[in-house]
Design a protein around this ligand. Structure first.
Ligand code: RB5
Length: 149
């Protein structure tokens, strides 16, 4: 399994902790930045990770900002991306099972490192359930197509 990970400055420290956690588990992850604590703009890193996941160069993406909200909103603008901002493990498995989320996002100002790692583990271990959920995702794709130029 290959993971693309990114953050802005507000998620930089938590991203490093999550990267260490993935390394300990033997999961391959590539860091698409930011690489310092300097102030930066979360859409830049959302775009990098979202494009890599949409192009299927990576199986899943992980995005971290202050809240997980801005970076997930930005990632969701890339066609084919279903980024879920999660602050709990129930949402982390439900977004895989029901929404076939391909990116998980969370906020360093919202969750601690222990919970963030549990959220990641839960997300990566959960599987899409298909059936009626696929029909709903197909409708999301139709919305995407309706508004794409
Ligand atoms: C940066 O200050 C902060 O706005 C950003 O990390 C994020 O929380 C936005 O949604």
């Amino acid at each position: 399994m290959k993971i693309a990970i990114g953050s802005d400055h507000a998620g930089f420290s938590l991203k490093k902790q999550v990267l260490d956690h993935l390394k300990e588990k033997g999961i391959e992850a590539k860091d698409f930045g930011t690489y310092t604590n300097d102030s930066c703009d979360y859409p830049d890193f959302a775009l990098k990770v979202a494009e890599e996941v949409a192009e299927k160069n990576y199986d899943f993406g992980i995005l971290v900002c202050g809240t997980g909200i801005g970076i997930s909103i930005a990632a969701n603008k890339v066609p084919g991306i279903r980024a879920a901002a999660c602050s709990d493990t129930f949402s982390a498995h439900a977004c895989r099972e029901h929404n076939n989320a391909n990116i998980i996002a969370f906020g360093e100002r919202v969750v601690g490192p222990g919970l963030a790692c549990d959220i990641v583990d839960t997300f990566l271990a959960s599987k899409f359930q298909g059936e009626r959920h696929q029909r709903r995702i197909d409708k999301i794709t139709e919305i995407e197509k309706k508004y794409s130029k």
